[in-house]
Design a protein around this ligand. Structure first.
Ligand code: FAD
Length: 207
């Protein structure tokens, strides 16, 4: 059984796992019944400069089912709704122009649906693109087809990798999981302001 507990404040100075356990027990769950604690969101409350806190929403897997109706702020866990767009009937081949974030994820989804897309990208692969960009920075020699904007991974490769889209999409969770599966830091799954960074992005794009 999995339950959800939101808005737990823990001072950044303290042992986070220990304090989270204490909070769970305070809400009426026995320590020996806790199997796993996972973060679903983590933000920072720095309004009081002398007492900065992490604010957690957590998911707790319990070894045995418990009646949570009488427990304070303990709620049942709900699975994320899966989106599952299908391709139109009769489509066999798709051409995708550009291997930026949009093109790469479109290609991935099409592959999952059993359709083999061809991705056309005007720029170079990440490693070659890196050298071309170095040359641009050192000698101002611009390659119009392969540069900070164009090439494998698109503008995304040399972005800062702050993962904010300001849109709500059922694919959001899948995209975060794919990024982690391909080398991004696991904490982007729960950080309130998830951030990958250009160095890691280059690896993720290649993978
Ligand atoms: C410096 C910088 C920092 C950024 N930082 C962030 C950030 O921190 N967080 C964030 O969310 N966003 C950031 N962005 C924005 C983000 O990078 C873009 O929103 C994202 O890359 C858009 O993805 P896309 O796939 O739609 O397009 P693009 O990434 O632009 O990809 C398009 C691809 O198509 C290719 N292409 C174009 N024309 C052709 C053609 N005729 N034939 C073949 N290929 C072609 C290009 O070479 C390119 O690879 C940043 C952007 C820049 C430039």
């Amino acid at each position: 059984m999995k339950v959800v507990i939101n808005n737990i404040n823990v001072s950044i100075e303290k042992d986070q796992t220990l304090e989270l356990k204490k909070e769970i027990i305070k809400r009426g769950i026995k320590e020996e019944n806790i199997e796993k604690i996972e973060y679903s969101k983590r933000s920072i409350d720095s309004r009081k400069k002398t007492d900065i806190k992490f604010v957690y929403n957590i998911e707790v897997t319990l070894k045995n089912d418990v009646d949570i109706s009488s427990l304070t702020n303990v709620n049942p866990f709900k699975e994320n709704e899966e989106v599952n767009y299908k391709a139109k009937d009769g489509i066999e081949r798709v051409a995708i122009i550009g291997a930026g974030p949009a093109g790469l994820f479109a290609a991935l989804r099409l592959c999952e649906l059993g359709i083999k897309p061809i991705v056309y990208e005007r720029g170079e692969k990440v490693d070659d693109r890196d050298k071309t960009i170095d040359e641009f920075i050192k000698f101002s020699m611009l390659n119009p087809n392969s540069n900070i904007q164009f090439g494998e991974g698109g503008a995304g490769t040399y972005s800062d990798g702050k993962l904010n889209t300001r849109v709500k999409s059922g694919y959001m969770n899948k995209i975060f999981l794919e990024l982690v599966a391909n080398g991004a830091q696991e904490q982007i799954l729960w950080d309130y302001k998830p951030h990958v960074g250009t160095d890691v992005l280059k690896i993720v794009v290649k993978n």
